[in-house]
Design a protein around this ligand. Sequence first.
Ligand SMILES: NC(=O)c1ccc[n+]([C@@H]2O[C@H](COP(=O)([O-])OP(=O)(O)OC[C@H]3O[C@@H](n4cnc5c(N)ncnc54)[C@H](OP(=O)(O)O)[C@@H]3O)[C@@H](O)[C@H]2O)c1
Length: 445
Amino acid sequence: MVKAMKNQFKVDELEENIEELKELSEDVSPAIYLSVILSLILLAIFILRLYNRWTVHCPVDLRCEDKTIIVTGANSGIGKATALELAKRGGRIILAVRDRHKGEALARSIMKKTQNPNVFAAYLNLASLTSIKEFATDFLSKEKSLHVLVNNAAYMGPRASTDDGIERCFGVNYLGHFYLTWLLKDKLRKCAPSRIINVVSDAYLKGNLDLDDIAMVKNYNIYGAYARSKLANMLFNFECHRRYVSDIVISMAVQPGAVSTELMRNWPGLTGQLLRAMGRILFKDPVAGCQTIIFCACKDGIRDQSGKLFYNCKTLKIKEKGRDKQLSKELWNKSLHLCHLDSEIELEEEVVIPEKTNGQEVRSRDTAAVKAAEKASKIPQHPPKPAAEAPKKAPEPAKKLPEPAKKPVEVKKPEPVKQPQAEQVKKQPEVPPKLAPKPAPEAKE
Ligand SMILES: NC(=O)c1ccc[n+]([C@@H]2O[C@H](COP(=O)([O-])OP(=O)(O)OC[C@H]3O[C@@H](n4cnc5c(N)ncnc54)[C@H](OP(=O)(O)O)[C@@H]3O)[C@@H](O)[C@H]2O)c1
């Protein structure tokens, strides 16, 4: 009897404990769920961070003492890291920058860090055809050679236009580099084997290139405009390869991956702030981001790699969109037209002017016909040709650079044409339009 009572008591006690446990678990379960969810989010961030930051460091340790290298957009991010790494390897580096004072300070700092006295800053504003022409003229008059051209600079941000009235993303990221490459191509040919490295992005896959709507009047959005410019860079790389590989000028596209830089500095609002914060946490640093550019600039025996896309120091398959032969030819001709180089449109190639005349697309094999068609068609983003050429005085030769200028610089000053609803970009460094690459005195220390 006593035993049965004891058992009953134990059972009651157990039941009470179970009830208490149930209540406790009900109290605690939201906290458990929350911590599980938080752990999963942290794990996802960790995996994403690992994935984004995965970098193959340049396996080539060749130096580049005998090479002259231009890096556009060298004042920050990937361009800055590229310039530093190449200077470490002994290259003669031209920092093509749009803020000359910042560029000169950077050149001095790189020279000090690397003990390489051949680092120069030169003014280049890719949003101005005039500035590009001045940069190229000055470079060609002062430098004996050019072995590597790194087309790296980029703009990403709200709608804005270049000095020549072109949509800014397209104008800076693509057209500016097109014109620069065009002006320097003979030097590259002369110094063959030489290389053109176009810094692209996998955003090209999301880009849509409508040559009838360069101003992006229909559908402007920040990412869309950037993606379109990167698609244009991909097609440009393909076309450069097609045109220059026989001269042993090798064209390579480099996809750096997701890199924490200042690229999104102009992205407004909360989205911009979130993206920048995300970039700082998840993306790799610029030194990791420039490794494939270094690889493409320094590796030997890459003639058969021309026209290819590189990522993490390996080739990556280019999707159909990025190697559309017809579109790349049309883009090339359109670009010649936008850079006032219509006479350079090749006669043997079928020229397609995408603008429509009386609702009909004009196709021609004849440059004269092309010009006539252009005249007839209305091209909102094409600035009128300058009425007169304004010759400017030849730039002074820099202290250490060979070959002083022989010819006066011819500078065309096209009347700026504003795009519809174009806004001004926040940052427009005031820089006198003149090159002055000169080594800083610290270099000699
Ligand atoms: N960051 C990424 O995750 C990522 C991913 C894929 C591809 N990329 C590509 O990598 C390249 C380098 O970008 P980043 O990430 O290093 O960005 P970044 O830090 O913003 O560097 C861009 C550079 O371009 C220069 N620039 C902008 N407008 C210019 C103009 N009108 N004329 C001359 N230079 C101009 C900037 O000069 P200021 O400093 O004077 O403005 C800056 O130095 C770009 O081609 C970009 O598309 C980047």
